[in-house]
Design a protein around this ligand. Sequence first.
Ligand code: ATP
Ligand code: MG
Length: 869
Amino acid sequence: MSTPIRRQYLAIKRQYPDIIVFFRLGDFYETFDDDARLAASVLDITLTSREMGRGQRVPMAGIPCHAAESYIARLVAAGYKVAVCDQIGEPNGRQLIERRVTRVVTPGTVTDPAMLEASRNTYIAAALLEGERAGLAVADLSTGEFATTEIVAERPEEAAAALQRELLRLAPAEVIRPAHSQEEPDRLGQALPEGAYVTPTDPASWRLHTAERALKEHFEVETLEAFGCAGKPLAVRAAGALLQYLTETQMGSLAQIVELSTYSLDRYMTLDAQTRRNLELTESSRGERRHSLIAVLDQTRTPMGARLLRRWVGQPLLDLEEIRERQRGVSALVRNALARARLRDLLGQVADLERLINRVVTGAAGPRELASLGRSLATLPSIRETLAPAPELAGLAALPECDDLVRLIDTALVDDPPAALGQAPAIRPGFSPELDGLRTASREAREWIAGLEQAERERTGIKSLKVGYNKVFGYYIEVSNANRALVPPHYQRKQTLVGAERYITPELKEYESRVLHAEERIAELEAEVYRRLLAEVAAAADRVRRIARQLAQLDTLASLAEVAVRRRYVCPEVDESTVISITGGRHPVVEAALDAGSFVPNDTLLDTEDQQIVILTGPNMAGKSTYLRQVALIVLLAQIGSFVPAERARIGLVDRIFTRIGAQDDIASGQSTFMVEMIETATILHHATRRSLVVLDEIGRGTSTYDGLAIARAVVEHLHNSSRLGCRTLFATHYHELTALERVLPRVRNYRVDVLEEGERVVFLHRVVPGGADKSYGIHVAQLAGLPRAVLRRAREILAELEAGNRSERRRRREVMEHDPAAALQLTLFAPPHPVLEELKQLDIEALSPIEALTTLYELQRRLREDGS
Ligand SMILES: Nc1ncnc2c1ncn2[C@@H]1O[C@H](COP(=O)(O)OP(=O)(O)OP(=O)(O)O)[C@@H](O)[C@H]1O
Ligand SMILES: [Mg+2]
């Protein structure tokens, strides 16, 4: 027979089978059975056991309540969920006390400030995939952000890919999905990013009407029209399912979620996961924040600003007007150095308003946090004033009045209030007359007790008389045995010690009870006053949220302006053209890592109409990869509204940046280096548009020379000739044979990164100049890297032999490149004579100049393709 507590525990545990239950027993949270074994090993705490019924010993591991948060944090960080089961009401010694789960902490629903990163959101997402549609909702409980989107693609795979891209951008700490039945292939499961923390939830909560009802009830609205998702069923279903899950984990208190916004991915440049990774937007290829674009750009002074900047970097804009609006903001702050410095100074005094106001709304904010909210709001008048000389920022500078809140918090709280109530007085004298009265009474009673020792000594003549306090008897008067005779009759003996007696008097007990009573009342009343104060501030939450948003934008713009000034960036001209023209461009991150002035700037010209494809050759270590990324980053910076590292830049809007850079093995997923490379290349060829920017770094390298060369050439031809494409392309390669394409394809141009050869030495100039390269200097780089001398010597020998023997071979390869094999191939493919073939037959080749021949050939080929494919 189990004990009642055991039965109570088991009943609760049954509701949370996959979640570790922290079961409150006195001053401890205990875990039992398998939970205990798990907790003991993850948290490195002692596994014991406890008798919970006759002959039943149950494994148990406990942690002290006051340290619960850090243990919960560790479990959640390790990928577990924790249900916190608290005692409801006070124990009375007889009945079993009621216990209830008060919150469930999962990776996506943590709100404890200690567990959150200031400069990034902790998102939880809900994902749903149906045919060529997907729904995705996302929330951050700490900031109250709640947004949803519906993806509509042409084919199911594309919907899945778009969903995955967006999830990778958000990098949510947890993704919920409908639990799926085992039979069908789990397409959604395949679309979720690898390693994501996935929680399947009841499919019923994902039904349209259930989801819709949950949203309507939460927001207390009749229709979802105002949220912009009324006609988007998958967006509604994802948002509704997410809301239901959050309500369950937060036990119904979701006061911080006050609105839902519907967004469209069409507003933003598409960046797939490998492009984000290749361009090292938020972390370097080694996974560190250092040496990432965000590390260079982030000069924000507030956590909200840092989070917003991160979002901007992840979502470059496609709308010219929006881009220009941001540019105007940055320019204004670049011009007004004084305003910028003052603004950033003031922002430095602003705390995380977005998270603070939500802690106020949910009642979690302690006095110290509330005070910091007040101090942050107190900076608003100065911020408004500072921005007066920048009329471009008038909209953001129009910060709502908050003097009332500042005054309220200031008069209500003491200077430097404690982090939690009860640690020290938090409410300022003068704010609550009732509290003041109680405090005065308490103080007077204490003073009376404090004065008692002296008064009684004088009255009784006992010099050694002492007034003391202990837990059992409360206040007492102690008299040593030697003076017993002098004890007045109204003293009542309470306790006998070895050398002394302890007494009380009715008067002393009266004052004692005043002190104790007052203290209890003070605690109650202070909590009550504080609760009302929080509620009053919470009533202004909308206003504070708006301020938080405006300050985040000001902070982000100021950060971009500060970087622009410090690093000498210029405002790019962004337009509807399909040109990328950069003078003196630099790589923002490499430049920042090098000594000032040592980065070599380079120009770029890409133009769909004329100079569509740049083939970049040059030795190892010359700077090809750096140059490619530099151009992509400048485009990206331009489209987030930032200034760019260049002397001058004109950027025709880019709808998507594609990158294929470096070799990335994906052994875990069973794909070889070359396979990954080809899959990425295929994606580019399928999805690039006329507005895209394609950056290819050494494709075809992962296979034999002939295969690689053939694929590389075919890819360039396709990018050049396909009428759908025409995308601006940068192509870096070690296949020097590819430079021959410049003579065959009219919109291809050769460039190379220059080096200077001084005898044995090679000097890297990092300068991009027109023309092709023909040497790789790979052995030279191997030498720099410290390969053993003997190996280097042998490599030189072999190279010399190869070069001697292969001269004719190389000439042949070059000839193949200049020749247009695509047309030749098609000759054999078309069995019945094609009209183009007829024309070809009629051509008088002798009468054509080489250029004419090429143009004709090109024209014929174009027509063949248009007909053929
Ligand atoms: N414009 C530049 N100014 C100064 N230093 C540069 C410049 N470009 C590149 N570098 C330096 O040269 C190094 C090598 O550059 P990068 O990796 O781009 O060479 P690469 O041509 O792609 O070489 P590989 O053929 O081996 O891939 C960089 O790490 C950087 O330090
Ligand atoms: Mg390279």
